[in-house]
Design a binder for this molecule. Structure first.
Ligand code: AMP
Ligand code: GLY
Length: 423
C-alpha cells in the first residue's frame, strides 16, 4: 500500500518511523516532511492546505491512505474534500470531517458539545463585541485567575490566564474589539479556572468503536519549573505516573464514552484521533480542551510504546473494524526532550547546522524543524528535534535522553533540563 502523511513536525516523523516498519507499507510519502522523514520516506514539497496539489500526488502515486498530522487541513475540510471527489472518495483518510474538527476549531463549539453530553468541564460563557458589557459582568462573578480563550484557532496562543480583574477586562476588550487574535477572537470563551495537574488522553475511533492509547503528559512552558511563555511542547512522558486504573476508568466512563457517543448522536463523522486535554482536580477528570489530531511531542512518546503494526490499525479504522484490534503497549516508559532554537517561542534564528546525530545511541532523534541541505541537517523551525528514549522507569528514560543530548550541538540550542520534575 502507498501511504501519504501530511505535516512536517516530530509528530509526522514519528508516524513515518512507525508506518515504515510495516510490511504492508510499500511507498511512503510525506508532504512536506523534514530531514527525518526524508531518510525513510519520499518528501514532497507541498503545503498541507493545498488540497488540489495533494489530490494530484495521491492520484499520481496510487496512494490509498492519507494520515493527516496537523489540525489546519482537518478544520479546512480535507476529509470532506476527499469524500466529495469521485477519484478520491475511497482513499482512507485518517482524521475527522470538517464538522467534527470544529471540536478544535471552535472553543465555543467544544464547550457546547461538552455541556450537551454532560461531560465534566469548567463552567463558561461566551461573548462577542456586542456583549462585551455582559462579559465584564460575568468576569465579576468569577474568582481569579480568569481564563479567556479566543474561540478560533490561534496557533496555541489564544488562551490567557490572568490574575487581575481589570487586566482581564482590558484583555477581553482587546480580543473582542481590537481583534487581538484576528478572526479567532471575534468570540471569546470565559471559563472558570480549574486547579489540578494536566495530562493528555488519546483515543482512536472509527465512529463505532474506540481504543484508548497510552496517556502522556507534556511540558508546555519554555522555562524550567513550568515558567515563562507557552510553547508547542518542550518534552513529554508516557505513561503518566500519577494515573492509575481507577482514574482511567473514570476517564473512560465520564469522558471517552460520552464523547464517542456524543459524536454519533450529533451526526459528526469521525475517523481519527481524539486528543482530550484533561485536568485532574482532586481525583476527578475534567476536560480542558479537545484537539482533533495527535499531540506533538506526545506522539513521540505514545507511538514508540505501541507494538502493533500501525498500518493495520489505520486499515481497521478505515474499514470500521477497530474493535478487532488488540492494542499492544510496552510496559516500558518513553520520554522525549525537545531541543529548540534559542529565543523560541519568540524570534529565533534558522539555518544552523546540527552536529552529533551520528553519535546518538539508544535514543531516537525525531526531527521537527529540521531540513536536509547539501547533505547537512540544519534547523528550520523553533522546535528542532525531539530526543526519545525508553526506560524501565520514566527517570531512566529521561536520563538516557539527556545523556544523548550532550552529544548534540547547534548554535543557540536550548532545552529544559527538568522534564519530569513534578512527577
Ligand atoms: P487550551 O488551549 O484550552 O488547552 O488551554 C491552554 C492551557 O491553558 C491549558 O493547557 C491549561 O494549562 C490552561 N487552561 C485552559 N483552561 C483552563 C481552565 N479552565 N482552568 C485552568 N487552566 C486552564
Ligand atoms: N503538545 C500539545 C499539542 O500538541 O497541542
Amino acid at each position: 500500500m502507498n501511504i501519504l502523511i501530511l505535516g512536517s513536525g516530530g509528530r509526522e516523523h514519528t508516524f513515518a518511523w512507525k508506518l515504515s516498519q510495516s510490511d504492508k507499507c510499500q511507498n511512503l510519502f510525506v508532504a512536506p516532511g523534514n530531514s527525518g522523514t526524508t531518510q525513510i520516506a519520499t518528501n514532497i514539497p507541498i503545503d498541507v492546505n493545498d488540497f488540489e496539489g495533494i489530490k494530484e500526488i495521491v492520484l499520481k502515486n496510487d496512494i490509498t491512505m492519507v494520515v493527516v498530522g496537523p489540525e489546519d487541513p482537518l478544520v479546512n475540510g480535507i476529509h470532506d474534500f476527499f469524500l466529495n471527489d469521485e477519484a478520491l472518495k475511497l482513499v482512507n483518510v485518517i482524521g475527522p470531517q470538517k464538522a467534527a474538527a470544529q471540536l478544535e476549531g471552535s472553543k465555543e463549539f467544544a464547550k457546547e458539545f461538552l455541556y450537551r453530553h454532560n461531560i465534566p468541564t469548567a463552567a463558561y460563557e461566551s461573548f462577542t463585541k456586542e456583549t462585551l458589557d455582559k462579559g465584564y459582568t460575568f468576569l465579576e462573578t468569577l474568582k481569579p485567575p480568569y481564563v479567556l480563550k479566543a474561540d478560533g484557532l490561534a496557533a496555541g496562543k489564544g488562551v490567557l490566564i490572568i490574575e487581575d480583574i481589570n487586566e482581564a477586562k482590558n484583555e477581553l476588550k482587546k480580543m473582542l474589539v481590537d481583534s487581538k487574535f484576528g478572526q479567532a477572537s471575534t468570540k471569546v470563551v470565559i471559563e472558570e479556572f480549574l486547579s489540578g495537574i494536566e495530562l493528555s488522553c488519546f483515543v482512536l475511533t472509527d465512529e463505532d468503536n474506540y481504543k484508548i492509547l497510552p496517556t502522556a503528559k507534556d511540558y508546555k512552558r519554555i522555562g524550567e519549573g513550568d515558567t515563562g511563555l507557552n510553547t508547542g511542547g518542550m518534552g513529554a512522558v508516557s505513561p503518566v505516573p500519577f494515573v492509575d486504573d481507577e482514574f482511567m476508568q473514570k476517564v473512560e466512563n465520564r469522558v471517552v464514552k460520552p464523547t464517542i457517543e456524543g459524536l454519533k448522536k450529533d451526526n459528526l463523522p469521525y475517523k481519527g484521533f481524539v486528543f482530550i486535554g484533561l485536568i485532574k482536580v482532586g481525583d476527578d477528570p475534567f476536560v480542558i480542551e479537545y484537539n482533533v489530531r495527535m499531540g506533538d511531542p506526545e506522539t513521540e512518546v505514545v507511538f514508540p510504546r505501541i507494538q502493533n503494526d500501525l498500518v493495520e490499525i489505520f486499515q481497521a479504522m478505515g474499514d470500521g473494524r477497530l474493535k478487532d484490534i488488540e492494542l499492544k503497549v510496552t510496559p516500558k516508559a518513553a520520554t522525549t526532550i525537545m531541543l529548540v532554537s534559542g529565543g523560541y517561542p519568540e524570534a529565533y534564528d534558522k539555518g544552523m547546522e546540527i552536529n552529533g546525530l551520528d553519535k546518538i545511541e539508544e535514543s531516537i532523534p525525531f526531527h521537527a524543524g529540521a531540513q536536509l541541505k547539501e547533505g547537512k541537517v540544519i534547523t528550520s523551525g523553533g522546535r528542532v528535534m525531539a530526543i526519545t528514549s525508553y526506560g524501565e522507569t520514566y527517570k531512566e528514560a529521561i536520563k538516557k535522553s539527556y545523556q544523548n543530548i550532550e552529544k548534540l550541538h547547534f548554535d543557540k540550542m536550548y532545552y529544559r533540563k527538568d522534564i519530569g520534575f513534578d512527577l
